[in-house]
Design a protein around this ligand. Sequence first.
Ligand SMILES: Nc1nc2c(c(=O)[nH]1)N[C@H]1C(S)=C(S)[C@@H](COP(=O)(O)OP(=O)(O)OC[C@H]3O[C@@H](n4cnc5c(N)ncnc54)[C@H](O)[C@@H]3O)O[C@H]1N2
Ligand code: MOO
Length: 435
Amino acid sequence: MRRTVAEHQAAVAGLLRWSSGYDAGAPEILPLADALGRSLATDVPAPVSLPPFDNSQMDGYAVHAADLEDPSHLAVTDAIAAGSVPADLRPGTAAPIMTGAMLPTGAAAVVPIERAVPPRFHTAADLARPGAAVTVALPAGIPAGQYVRRAGSDIAEGATALTAGTLLGPAHLGLLAACGVGRVPVRPRFRVLLLSTGDEVAEPGTPLAPGTIYDANSTLLESALTEAGVAVTRHRLLGDDPAVLREALAGIAAGSTNLVLSTGGISQGAYEVVKQALADSSVEFSSVAMQPGGPQAHGTLSGIPFLGFPGNPVSALVSFEMFLRPALQQLTGLPAARPVLDAVLTEGLTSPEGKHQLRRGLFRGGRVALIGGPGSHLLRALAASNCLVHVPEGVDILQEGDRVQVTLMGPVPTDPFAVEDVLVLEDAEPASVTD
Ligand SMILES: Nc1nc2c(c(=O)[nH]1)N[C@H]1C(S)=C(S)[C@@H](COP(=O)(O)OP(=O)(O)OC[C@H]3O[C@@H](n4cnc5c(N)ncnc54)[C@H](O)[C@@H]3O)O[C@H]1N2
Ligand code: MOO
């Protein structure tokens, strides 16, 4: 079956929505320290106002409302440290007050110590000197409210501090902590069982037999899924025997995972293990008008959603970015959507007819250079890139200076663009023929 990218995106999103059993409304309650990167399950109201009380923004003197016009001779009272409860301030006096300390009743403004005469706090020795009149002079005409942080000026008690679906970053967790919230309801993690197929695929760290390659996909996809907030279980490597794969899939208990994701074995070869093992199932094998990532499989196995990504590593990651990542975002609120930006091509390119091509690129300063060729085995080029360059269906050729859209996947270098700096990687073979 042939599909457009949009059709397959909708199919994957629908599959997860209707069959994964994922329930965003069944939150986990976590201590703040464990909630970084998670999606908030419910709105959280502020249990206290921030600041909780009027306080000083500066180290200086708290001045009475009656003395704002003429504070040229004020008697200095006891100092107010942060964390203490001050005595009321009387007219004609000024209270040394520290940043964050509670404003005394009667005070209307704070003057920083640097603007006082003398411009330093009185020492214990000053205060102990017999008969010393400890006074301070401040500049005339102090605006009411100067350097006062009003109670509730950040957030008022009962107001919504964070809304459901917020991806909890340091600032969000800091806000909750400041509000005194110790535990937070987060949406559960989506669970994926990941399995790689192929007799040629060997575990990294083991000796490599002739004709075999190391398994890149398990690590690549486990990392991409983990970064997207998914709880991943890796299956042991599966070879090319359909009976073994069928047995492994039959052993997956209902409710143990929200999705089974495989790589490899779905194209046109004689040993397409996933295709053969699932020939009599409801799983559909499609050709999506996308390059890389053309061959795709999706459906359910005993009610559990199943996705089959192609075996080429770049195809597997592009499939994740284009199909699974957006579906997870819609369903779970995680991960955050990738930024899509306009960019100017630093060189021309050609793209297969009738396909949405995704090239790997390095974006900076509004321009994008292609990194490596279109081949879906080019992992080093993938690792040197920070974006996917979109060449939409219907566009077969683009010139240097043409505008494209890029999906940003990594950090953007801040130094100016120099084409000669870009890693020049030769494509060892032309792009795969896709069905
Ligand atoms: N006659 C045709 N051949 C191919 C077509 C086609 O349309 N007609 N499509 C090509 C495209 S496009 C892709 S993509 C691949 C997809 O193939 P499969 O999904 O069946 O994957 P495999 O054949 O198992 O592997 C493809 C490639 O990837 C390597 N691989 C597989 N697993 C891993 C892994 N875990 N880590 C690293 N590399 C892996 C594998 O050795 C192959 O080189 O089919 C094209 N062929
Ligand atoms: O993913 Mo293939 O291009 O579709 O290599």
